[in-house]
Design a protein around this ligand. Structure first.
Ligand code: PMV
Length: 324
């Protein structure tokens, strides 16, 4: 009997984006890509990066058919080989079921799918914690996409940690309102570096984040959407204040973003808990519970506005969907 493990030469993995309720923004260690602030996120179902990997003579990544910039990947692949104990290089093709690089966390789902597919193609059965730490080198939010449900990434942490499975809050929803499909003008990496080096509010942002995170963990444990929503709002608005006060300022918001924010305010005034958040892009994501989804979408009025709406629930960890 031959008990050498079979190494699949071609592996396809699907992973979902990690939407931060409490934000990571800024690096404690730029070289190692360690986050300066703790973040709490939910992995979203309904949105996917699908990545197919084959061993190759050199590392290559194609995003929706377009070759990716090798500088964006070389540290990731070097870390991957060192941590997995392999000498293989990989060719990867990745597609997203949603707009790439538009502030919808495609780098989180993309790197999470990539690390899982490479490990499988290399025949290495690595712990989730190891895969999360490797994904973090590509994009810190990707460390969180290694897990389903609700996930935390502590300040300075190498890897994310699962906090609650998706079943903890089955009624929780995120309404993604894509006010544009265009790519963002500034990468999150350069915007956060700029905030750290130029914003007078950056230190304050980092020091406030620990308390929001701790309180958000309690609100999440209690499934208290109003308390969690208030903390989400403090977190994203403070994060953006570091961008608005950078030199030069970084402004991802579009008029549509502000319109959605105002509608959420109106909904809350009417007693409907609709708590928005935003990332490094103009899209708005609204946290709510299932019974309120319809009323919120009515208020957004996608037919008139033309905005693309996706309703996501807490989703699953990356999944191998094909090997050949
Ligand atoms: O992981 P990155 O480098 O794509 O940065 C993500 C930053 C935010 O999306 C704005 C916040 C977060 O915690 O996901």
């Amino acid at each position: 009997m031959n008990d050498t493990p079979r190494v699949p030469p071609r592996v396809t993995v699907r992973a979902s984006p990690s939407l931060a309720l409490i934000k990571y923004w800024g690096k404690l260690d730029t070289e190692r890509n360690l986050p300066a602030t703790p973040s709490l996120a939910v992995t979203l179902d309904r949105l996917f990066s699908t990545t197919t990997v084959t061993p190759a003579d050199a590392d290559r990544v194609y995003l929706d058919g377009v070759p990716g910039d090798p500088h964006r990947y070389f540290q990731f692949f070097d870390t991957l080989r060192a941590r997995l104990g392999t000498s293989l290089c990989f060719s990867a093709e990745s597609t997203n079921s949603f707009p790439t690089a538009a502030g919808l966390a495609s780098s989180a789902s993309g790197f999470a799918a990539l690390v899982c597919a490479c490990a499988r193609a290399a025949g290495v059965d690595a712990a989730d914690e190891t895969l999360s730490a490797i994904a973090r080198v590509g994009s810190a939010s990707a460390a969180r996409s290694l897990y389903g449900g609700f996930v935390g990434l502590d300040a300075g942490a190498e890897a994310a940690r699962p906090i609650h499975p998706a079943s903890h809050w089955p009624e929780f929803r995120i309404i993604v309102v894509a006010v544009t499909t265009g790519p963002k003008h500034t990468s999150s990496r350069s915007a956060m570096d700029l905030a750290r080096s130029t914003s007078p509010y950056y230190r304050e942002w980092v020091s406030s984040s620990a308390a929001w995170y701790a309180e958000a963990l309690e609100a999440l444990a209690e499934r208290d959407i109003t308390r969690l929503g208030g903390l989400m709002r403090s977190s994203y608005l403070a994060m953006f204040s570091t961008m608005f006060t950078s030199n030069p300022p970084v402004i991802y918001w579009l008029p549509g973003s502000l319109e959605v924010i105002k509608r959420c305010e109106e909904l809350r005034a009417e007693g409907i808990p609709a708590w928005e958040t935003m990332d490094a892009g103009p899209q708005v994501k609204i946290a709510c519970e299932a019974p309120h989804v319809e009323a919120i979408i009515d208020a957004i009025d996608p037919e008139r506005s033309g905005w693309q709406i996706t309703v996501a629930a807490p989703g699953a960890a990356p999944e191998i969907i094909e090997e050949a």
